[in-house]
Design a protein around this ligand. Sequence first.
Ligand SMILES: Cc1cc2nc3c(=O)[nH]c(=O)nc-3n(C[C@H](O)[C@H](O)[C@H](O)COP(=O)(O)OP(=O)(O)OC[C@H]3O[C@@H](n4cnc5c(N)ncnc54)[C@H](O)[C@@H]3O)c2cc1C
Ligand code: SF4
Length: 722
Amino acid sequence: MQQSARIEAKTGRLIVGWDTIIIGSGFGGSVTALRLAEANMRVLVLERGPWWGPRLEGDVDAERRAYPRGAGWRSGIRNIVWAKGQKTRRVELDARGLLEFHLHPKLFGWTASGVGGGSLIYTDILMRPPKDFWKALPAEMSEEELAPYFDKFVEMMRPAPLPESKRREDARPRQMLEASEKTGEEPFFPPLSIQFDDVPEGNAAGVHQPPCIHCGECFVGCPTGAKTTLDRTYLPAAIKAGADIWEMCEVEAIASHDHGYSVHYRDRRTGQRQVEQAPRVVMAAGTFNTLALLNDAHHRHRSVEVPPALGRQFSPNGDMMAAGWRSGPQDGPPGPNYPALLTTGTENGGPLIVWGEVGSPAAFFGDGPLREWLRSTYLYFAIGQDRMHASVRTGPDGIQVQASRLHRAPYYGRSERLMHRLMEGYELDRQVENLPGGRGSAHLTSVHPMGGASIGRGPDEGVVDHRGEVFGNPGLYVADGSLYPTEPGVPPSLTIAAMAERQAELMVSRTREELPAERVAIAMPQTRPSAIDRPRAEITVRPTDLRLLTPGALERTWQSAPPAEVPQVQGRLPGSVVHLRGVDPLPLAPRKLLDRLVGALSLWRGKHIVGARGHNHFGLGGAQVRFGQFEVRAGRAWQEANRQDAKQVLVLDYDQPENPAWLRRLRGELCRLEPDLFLGRVGWRGDGGVHFLMYFGLAAPTKRRRASARPKRASEIRPLTR
Ligand SMILES: Cc1cc2nc3c(=O)[nH]c(=O)nc-3n(C[C@H](O)[C@H](O)[C@H](O)COP(=O)(O)OP(=O)(O)OC[C@H]3O[C@@H](n4cnc5c(N)ncnc54)[C@H](O)[C@@H]3O)c2cc1C
Ligand code: SF4
């Protein structure tokens, strides 16, 4: 992780902090990251999942996961969000898992987690939406206006239809052609973002992709790398352009403040909760997760005021799924997923419906009988313009999607009949239609959730404007599937990405001068900035959060903080080591690592103070040991002892008769950062005065902390000087 500092060319000021933080690295997030980084902005992408492949070619440090991605249930499924009854629950199986399932009363949704987002598991189809899609969008957006942005994404991903020579050679397209001949349909071959030929000079991002071997396992990854995903295109290009991508960092809350936004996240590798800030935040966590984050910010943490249209205009993009089984081996290689499609609607009248056979995710189940059985499984999928305009229930207990087939029964009835006809052509032994509920059931499956934070002409109509900026929240953007007021009715990734290309261009062209002065990236503060009144995010600052500050920032924070007082520190105070002397000359990354390592390994658990006497607690597992008595009194900070204006501190004096001789030479000092938080330092009395040893953090006494009326936020410790 790099330091987020740079010199602003125009003013020569040192700018510390990010210009933009992007939440999620799927289609919206990756495109935005590259374009803003290319415009020389300091961009941070926070992605909750891992890298599944090499970050950059030749990058040996990157995590390399074995193919197939996510094989096996446990490592395959990251978590299940279960929104039944009044509360939304979340069960996590493996923070590194690939898939996320969303169970809503009548909708089963399915998304991906990992650097590259949905591109890791998509079936590679990149299609443009039909003409009538544009009617629902504001006047600023039209098919003609968006055309160059569609082209930009296509230039990077280079999609191409399945080569003619393979259409009868590969089993899947051949079966589709035979089945549709029986039913009198004419399939077409959509553009697939797959590298079919060997291109020695690499793809548009210069990354080498071997050619497709037609193995049919695109669903759960690709054994060769022929599938063109975002972690092989936009994201390596964004890294080369200077963007930082922090994987395994899951955003938990966002909060608005005077200078922009705080993004609170949990580093899933260390378990630590941390915070980053920027004048601009782009929410690209995918429809379900962006809606959940916005909902929590508004209803739970009350940290961002989101327009009342949040949750309106949701659509499953007309998705419907069915499965069939036919015994006997397939003749020839299966070929890519979803190679040939059928369409009806729009020109023939009625909404667009696109359907076909997808191919089963057999590789997901590793090797074994289940995988073999799945190889003879046929999965069918329909997508279309359902015009559902369903709602998502919002509130402090989480979101719940209220969509069901009954909202648009005629559309789904037609879609089911079309799929049924195609399945007849396959002459299956057994089939289940409209998964998971069965034929006619109100339940739906969707892998293309759209809307809920939709574009509108004003805050009564939508959540964001045509630039993707949340009404009433300058600098807060949405750039993913959630911003569409209507569904495209085709696989939506190309549309999401094209919109993100447009948004990024508008962000770049909106010069820094146009932004209100106080929202321009924050210059290094000379003193600790004042706390903000809003929001009331229920995130409590812990002593370990102080490790976000560099030694320089800790020193400034120490100098500007008032002294702690004896009555404030009565009782048990949990603590942790924040920074050690001697690691300062090291570069930032090893320095932080060492500080964290020492903090994590340290057996010191905190202090216990009663009246004017105190002692330290050390512990391992459940065992606790007291060691090191000290006296507590008001006094002057050590390095200023000879000065008239020496800083007042609370002195922790270890020069007590019960301590061993070496311990009596220690001296502690304590300042108060917040009612709940103290910053301390320890020095060694030696020749020529006291020598600094370390900074430590202490939390307020446990009972008082729990009873605290107003919870504190990590944002109040500003990590501007990482
Ligand atoms: C099986 C399957 C096949 C598909 N096939 C196609 C296809 O062929 N063509 C097509 O166009 N579309 C396809 N899709 C749909 C496509 O994947 C999605 O429409 C698309 O990925 C949505 O893009 P997005 O930018 O909205 O979000 P996503 O691509 O979902 O990206 C969101 C990212 O945000 C991350 N994230 C979420 N929450 C947090 C958080 N709190 N903190 C940090 N990071 C977070 C996620 O891990 C993820 O990486 C398919 C989907 C599935 C499931
Ligand atoms: S068919 Fe196989 S090789 Fe080709 S893109 Fe799909 S998974 Fe990769």
